[in-house]
Design a protein. Structure first.
Length: 277
């Protein structure tokens, strides 16, 4: 297999860490961004100059452009850009503060958009590449108590679907990854919650208040999921979506079936609003 170079945001834990470990062990090179300096010092010692670790907060747009430009200038070519950095924000929409709303969208949605926009001129210039966007089954299905998290993921999926059609002529392909629950630290280290309002105590939105319960482990194996993401880069044409986890498959298919069941019967009434002479 030919050595590849990857740019991955948020490698200090979770899927970012799993991807980085597997790629470096296989002989690839990684530019992996972190928000906590020193959080992957063990990998830096082990792999030397095959791992470059710039500090980056993806909500800082000038820094995003600088770090992406520096990565391409330093390494010459980057084959795969992985938008992994992000976190979950749980709580009913009314319970969230304005700052929480803004930061969730700035990180999960606008952060991925800006990293991608910064990389596109370089990917076009080198004649192609692959963009991998970490999403979640919650980019196609919803749960109460996670409205802003879903908003960020539904938003980035719409962006990436459209982007794939824009960049296909340049040999730039896009894959959206839809993992279910995984046994990473996401629910514990990468989760922000609202201050509860008593009005929601006995409503479906309160379900997410138990998201950080360690007594309920997730189904997904993060190492297997990371391996599947890496393997997808060898598939051409790129899979538009990569569903990982039986729970993800179950939630997504149920949501899509429900949506179609609501929409298909409207064929006649939809056509009735067409212009007629």
């Amino acid at each position: 297999m030919t050595e590849r170079t990857w740019f991955i945001t948020g490698i200090n834990s979770g899927f970012g860490r799993q991807l980085t470990e597997q790629l470096l062990a296989a002989g690839d090179r990684v530019v992996g961004t972190v928000r906590r300096d020193g959080s992957v010092a063990d990998l830096e010692r082990r792999y030397g100059d095959r791992l470059v670790v710039p500090h980056l907060d993806v909500t800082d747009v000038p820094a995003v452009r600088r770090v992406v430009d520096d990565a391409f200038a330093r390494l010459g070519r980057i084959d795969v850009v992985v938008n992994n950095a992000g976190y979950g924000l749980f709580g009913a929409a009314e319970e969230l503060t304005d700052e929480q709303v803004q930061h969730q969208l700035a990180t999960n949605l606008l952060g991925s958009i800006q990293v991608t926009r910064a990389a596109l001129p370089h990917l076009r210039g080198q004649g192609g590449g692959r963009i991998v966007q970490l999403s979640t089954y919650g980019g196609l299905a919803t749960n109460p108590g996670a409205s802003l998290y879903h908003a960020s993921k539904w938003g980035i999926e719409g962006f990436m679907e459209s982007l794939a059609k824009e960049t296909a002529p340049f040999g730039i392909e896009v894959t959206i990854v839809e993992p279910g629950g995984a046994r990473t630290e996401f629910r514990f280290d990468s989760l922000a919650t609202a201050t509860p309002l008593a009005a929601y105590d006995d409503t479906p939105a309160a379900m997410t208040r138990a998201a950080g319960d360690r007594s309920r482990p997730s189904l997904g194996d993060p190492a297997k999921m990371a391996a599947a993401i890496i393997a997808s880069v060898d598939v051409s044409p790129a899979p538009r979506r990569l569903v990982l986890g039986s729970d993800s498959y179950r939630f997504i298919t149920a949501a899509l079936q429900e949506r179609l069941a609501e929409i298909v019967p409207q064929a006649g009434s939809a056509a009735a609003t067409d212009w007629s002479d």
